[in-house]
Design a protein around this ligand. Structure first.
Ligand SMILES: NC(=O)c1ccc[n+]([C@@H]2O[C@H](COP(=O)([O-])OP(=O)(O)OC[C@H]3O[C@@H](n4cnc5c(N)ncnc54)[C@H](O)[C@@H]3O)[C@@H](O)[C@H]2O)c1
Length: 344
């Protein structure tokens, strides 16, 4: 384990939602980031709340997230409550003037996300980072670096695969797009360095009499600069979890490889462990994400995926849902980005 030995003073922050993701973030911040101090937690589930509080040594626990945001000991907030609460909690953090790392998606629709962007722009500075953490995955970063270097020429195509082992309940088209594919839509925008202007989404429902559900979705993309793309989002592959991208350039291609474990040859078989879930596949990315966030809070300069990225990915997500419903390609009208979101 490596720790961030920052000379700047520690950041006291609170985590809202202490389930799978919030619990992981709270533990990562406690164990992996010396510059972070978990002082408060909020959850409506008292047992989870107390278990994570004991593991992190958090002094304050709340059933009401608004109390955590208001508390004077809390300098910054990490939101890991369910998706439907993200927009309101992030808006409350902006109103309180506190930096916030909000798990994806920023909101459940582009209209809701735009209100966050407008509130942040009105305040004149970035306070929001969105948990689109593939930007911190070493393999994704390597692909980004090689494409941005120009060595492979102009990017011509984006290929993304997002394979989930299985799910406890059937998921709706809306949920698959806003909760899962939103990661892939952001990866496409970020890695291609271009905006998506048109989508065509088709899907296979869990059963023919439940067309509101999507077991597997294919999304075709058209980028502003002329490149094309394709995302496969499989909710129930039945064997494990894999997320990969491949970018095809004019002079070569770059791709990630989710199969990170040892290759074993035994009894006429060649095998490799497939990760169980996102917590395994992106273990390093989650640590690097919160470490970078705490550093940005210390420096008072937000970076990483922004509220604008959260909004833009939701705008494309809304178009994917409309396309899946209508069976037609749908255009995406991306507005001009406000200056506070321009990255160095
Ligand atoms: N970035 C990623 O890779 C990634 C991966 C998984 C989940 N997520 C996101 O993280 C968030 C949490 O997902 P999860 O898998 O941890 O879910 P979870 O169900 O395990 O945890 C959610 C927690 O929030 C609590 N909660 C519910 N309502 C609340 C409220 N009003 N105030 C405070 N707490 C409340 C629940 O009791 C639960 O403990 C979701 O938004 C999800 O989309 C992101």
């Amino acid at each position: 384990m490596s720790n961030d030995k920052s000379s700047l003073r520690p950041v006291r922050f609170g985590v809202i939602g202490t389930g799978g993701m919030g619990g992981r973030h709270a533990r990562n911040l406690t164990n992996e980031v010396a510059a972070a101090q978990v002082v408060a937690l909020a959850d409506v589930d008292e047992a989870r709340l107390q278990a994570v509080a004991a593991a992190c040594g958090a002094a304050h626990t709340f059933a009401d997230a608004a109390e955590l945001i208001r508390h004077p000991d809390v300098e910054a907030v990490l939101v890991a409550a369910p998706d439907r609460f993200h927009a309101a909690l992030t808006a409350a953090c902006i109103e309180a003037g506190k930096p916030v790392l909000c798990e994806k998606p920023l909101a459940l629709s582009a209209a809701e996300a735009l209100r966050i962007v407008e509130a942040e722009v009105a305040g004149g500075r970035r306070l929001v980072q969105v948990g689109l953490m593939r930007e911190y995955d070493p393999a994704h970063l390597r692909v980004k670096q090689i494409m941005d270097s120009g060595a492979l020429g102009k990017a011509l195509a984006f290929h993304g695969t997002h394979i989930n082992g299985g799910t406890l309940s059937w998921r709706t088209v809306e949920d698959v797009v806003t909760n899962s594919a939103v990661h892939d839509l952001h990866s496409a925008r970020w890695l291609m360095g271009d905006e998506i202007v048109r989508v065509f989404a088709s899907y296979v429902p869990y059963s023919a009499d439940r067309p509101d559900t999507a077991r597997l979705m294919l999304i075709q993309l058209q980028f502003r600069g002329g490149a094309v793309g394709r995302i496969e989002c499989n909710m129930e592959a039945g064997y494990g979890y894999e997320v990969d991208v491949k970018l095809t350039g004019e002079r070569g291609s770059a791709e990630t490889n989710s199969l990170r474990s040892a290759v074993v040859r035994h009894q006429n078989q060649r095998g490799q462990w497939v990760e169980e879930d996102w917590l395994q596949r992106f273990d390093t990315a989650y640590i690097d994400e919160v470490r970078a966030w705490i550093r940005s809070v210390q420096l008072g300069v937000a970076d990483g995926p922004s509220a604008w990225d959260g909004f833009a990915s939701m705008l494309v997500a809304d178009a994917c849902i409309a396309s899946a419903r209508s069976g037609q390609p749908v255009d995406v009208a991306m507005p001009e980005m406000a200056d506070i979101y321009r990255r160095a």
